[in-house]
Design a protein around this ligand. Structure first.
Ligand code: MOS
Length: 764
């Protein structure tokens, strides 16, 4: 696993524990809600209790009478006007519908007021006393209502997102057999441990500091600047630790601006922490989808054609398509493909990306479909996928070669580790006593989004190195990954490297999502650290008083906090080189352009956009690959499925930190089990109320739900993606896993469930 010639590899590729772990365990890592500022006032958000209509009247009298109440902001307050912003993906806001601008209500849980008080208790009490009268209008709260209901909201065909190649009519006509089926996925909610929170503190009327847990500080910075008419440089966002994001902390949500406005009005800092129920209402969700497939197979069980007509739920005003066709359009060799999307508007709030948006939900349908086709063809599910494997030199979607593809090796490695050869294909044939055992598998893939990135490396007088990047650690291990890259580049102990993230004044970086941070920001840190090493080498080799004077740069290796000639003791410590410079610190700043990118991505980054190159780039299609194998155990009397084993093998490029990468892959697979068996948001279609907006009723796996989970990372660097050879680990683990569980359940029981979650009522 060579990252760069002549560079130590004490950390990159190794199992490195989190450098921020001790602080997190001790409670010394400060999350947004834990910051305390002098004169801090506390806010509570009041949310709409109707799904559609308008506010008729707000009676504030009782609320205002609560001792300690400082202010109540509503759409009737003065100075509420905000400038327009665009919703993602056109802009970095979660929604373009700004809060407290009008009496209009378009989803249940929409912010309608902000109560600010001296104490949290006073604000909570007053919020309950606010009397709001509404005019209720007709509505559709769910995808089902949207598909079948009155023509109240739009159904939007999305031809620009579709895909077409070959001739599906011909392909289906030529087929030896055809098959059609429809697969459904429900609404899911992100449930990070840490709630959304914000503290706003003004310095005069033109400069504001905002503490917020975010996956994209620049989004908050630029959207708040646009809303408030400020210079982006005057919006300072601080986000040192994020307790999980999964996509719902990536864009700016409407609870932010009222807090910022309240702080300006009151002339003191204001803090707001959302409740778990509010997390379900107004910071995005994974939309429900339904995917109708028709496919043809030839006599060798190879795909001749595929059509996918998908209906995707979206919110009432903006558009975020949950693109279930991302994987079906590219994963298997198939000459004839037709993909069509229709968006269905619902009064269910704006939806947004959630871990592997499109891929997690879309892989469920595709990979259950593949299992059904394999069975119809009388083939082992792995063999069936091998027959339809798309070769490395030709991405079915674009015709371009892949940057690197070792999917067949993923099948081999995972199957071997799982013991797949012991599988009896007959349904219900495998048992442990009375318990039914089922084995199923699925393919995983996830695209590469590489971004422009910037970083600074600074050698300090005591010999330690500071790395600065305006990026984020959303719990994934960014601090540790970047520290390891810098330590290896400079021959330092990892304890000699301090990484600073989570401050918008640090070198600009983009969105921490789409599994891009380690490879993108890591490349910038690699460049900055290597740049620092080169400049220090230059100083030493050109100073006649240095033991390295006149030595050729390429002979010099970094180790033990200094530079040395090969393996010899001839050399000196960085602190000595710094003294030669006559400075107490020396810093290097670097900007990196992603592979197959240009200055354009860097310019976009600096303008507050994400500055990414698409997965299908000019020369190569870039994806990660994987295979997931699952064992379920089912009591035949109660039909309660339990996942006893999961084995996944993943081709994700160079692994930068084996421990945190494994943790990402494992977490993704655990989530896939939850998607298969537990997760579903229930919305009452009579009231628009989310019925399970807490962790007692919204089921996610606990330890007892998960048996053993094994993540295997293949060892293939991909230098067509990043200077580190890394692609990304954050999202691919969830892809395919839910289908593998469903396929295992079928193998055990003969029950083919084409929707998630697969609860016992669907198996009885
Ligand atoms: Mo991820 S859904 O790109 O935060």
């Amino acid at each position: 696993m060579t990252v760069q010639k002549g560079q130590p590899q004490n950390y990159v590729g190794q199992r490195v524990s989190r450098v921020d772990g001790p602080d997190k365990v001790r409670g010394a890592a400060t999350y947004t809600a834990e910051f305390d500022l002098p004169q801090l006032a506390h806010a509570v958000l009041v949310s709409a209790t109707i799904p559609h209509g308008s506010i008729k009247k707000i009676d504030q009298k009782a609320a205002r009478a609560v001792p300690g109440v400082l202010d109540i902001l509503t759409h009737e307050s003065e100075g509420m006007k905000l400038g327009p912003v665009k919703a993602y993906p056109r802009g970095p806001a979660g929604t373009s519908v700004l809060p407290l601008q009008s009496p209009k209500i378009e989803f249940r849980g929409q912010p309608v007021a902000l109560v600010v008080a001296e104490s949290l208790e006073a604000a909570q009490h007053a919020a309950q006393l606010l009397e709001i009268e509404y005019d209720v209008r007709d509505f559709r709260a769910t995808l089902e209502q949207g598909m079948n209901g009155l023509p109240l909201l739009d159904k939007l065909p999305m031809p620009s997102l579709g895909h077409s190649r070959g001739n599906v009519k011909e392909g289906l006509k030529e087929a030896a057999s055809t098959f059609s089926a429809t697969y459904d996925t429900p609404v899911h909610h992100h449930n990070p441990m840490e709630m959304h929170a914000v503290i706003a503190a003004w310095d005069g009327d033109e400069r504001v500091t905002v503490y917020e847990p975010t996956q994209w500080m620049q989004a908050s910075q630029h959207t708040l600047a646009a809303m408030l008419g400020l210079e982006p440089d005057n919006v300072h966002v601080i986000s040192p630790f994020v307790g999980g994001g999964f996509g719902n902390k990536a864009t700016t949500w409407p609870h932010l601006p009222p807090v910022v406005l309240a702080a300006r009005k009151l002339g003191r800092p204001v803090k707001l922490v959302l409740s778990r129920a509010q997390m379900f209402a107004a910071v995005g969700y994974r939309a429900a989808t339904t995917s109708a497939y028709s496919v043809g197979l030839d006599g060798d069980a190879q795909l001749t054609a595929m059509t996918l007509d998908a209906q995707l739920q979206t919110g009432p005003s903006d558009i975020f398509p949950e693109q279930v066709g991302n994987i079906p359009k590219m994963l298997y060799a198939n000459p004839n493909m037709e993909l069509n999307y229709t968006l269905i508007r619902t009064h269910a709030g704006p939806n947004i990306m959630m871990r592997a948006p499109g891929e997690a939900s879309g892989s469920f349908g595709l990979e259950v479909l593949m299992d059904e086709l394999a069975e119809a063809a009388g083939l082992d599910p792995v063999e069936f996928r091998r027959r339809n494997h798309a070769p490395e030199n030709s991405d079915p979607e674009s015709g371009k070669p892949y940057s690197s593809k070792h999917l067949l090796e993923c099948y081999d490695r995972a199957a071997q580790a799982f013991g797949w050869e012991g599988r009896n294909p007959e349904i219900g044939s495998m048992r442990d006593g009375n318990t039914l055992i089922g084995w199923g598998m699925a393919t995983a893939t996830y695209p590469v989004y590489a971004s422009a990135a910037t970083a600074r490396a600074r050698l300090c007088a005591d010999g330690h190195v500071e790395i600065e990047a305006g990026s984020h650690d959303i719990g994934t291990g960014t601090y540790s990954i970047l520290a390891g890259i810098a330590a290896d580049s400079l021959g330092l102990d990892i304890g000699q490297v301090t990484v600073k993230l989570g401050d918008s004044r640090l070198p600009k970086n983009g969105y921490s999502g789409g599994s891009r941070t380690a490879s993108s920001v890591g490349s910038a840190v690699l460049a900055a650290a290597m740049g620092l090493r080169e400049e220090l080498t230059e100083v030493a080799t050109h100073d006649s008083a240095s033991p390295l004077f006149g030595v050729a740069g390429q002979e010099i290796h970094p180790r033990d906090g200094g530079l040395y000639l090969g393996d010899t003791d001839q050399g000196e410590e960085y602190t000595a080189i710094l003294r030669r410079l006559g400075k107490d610190q020396h810093e290097v700043y670097r900007e990196t352009i992603p592979h197959e990118g240009s200055q354009k991505q860097l310019d976009q980054l600096k303008a507050g956009k994400d500055g990414s190159v698409a997965a299908v780039a000019e020369r190569f299609a870039r994806h990660s690959w994987g295979a997931v194998f699952v064992e379920v155990r089912i009591d035949p009397d109660f039909m309660t499925p339990r996942v006893s084993r999961v084995v996944g093998a993943f081709d994700i490029g160079q692994v930068i930190n084996a421990k945190t990468a494994e943790s990402q892959l494992t977490g993704g697979m655990v989530w896939g089990v939850g998607m298969a068996l537990h997760e579903e948001t229930h919305t009452d279609d009579r009231t628009g109320l989310i019925l399970n907006s807490d962790l007692a009723e919204y089921h996610i796996p606990v330890n007892a739900d998960i048996g053993s989970v094994q993540a295997i990372a293949l060892d293939h660097s991909d230098f067509r993606v990043s200077a580190l050879g890394a692609r990304g680990a954050g999202e691919i683990g969830i892809v395919g896993t839910a289908a593998a569980v469903a396929n295992a359940i079928y193998h055990a029981t003969g029950k083919r469930v084409r929707e998630t979650p697969i609860t016992l009522d669907k198996l009885l």
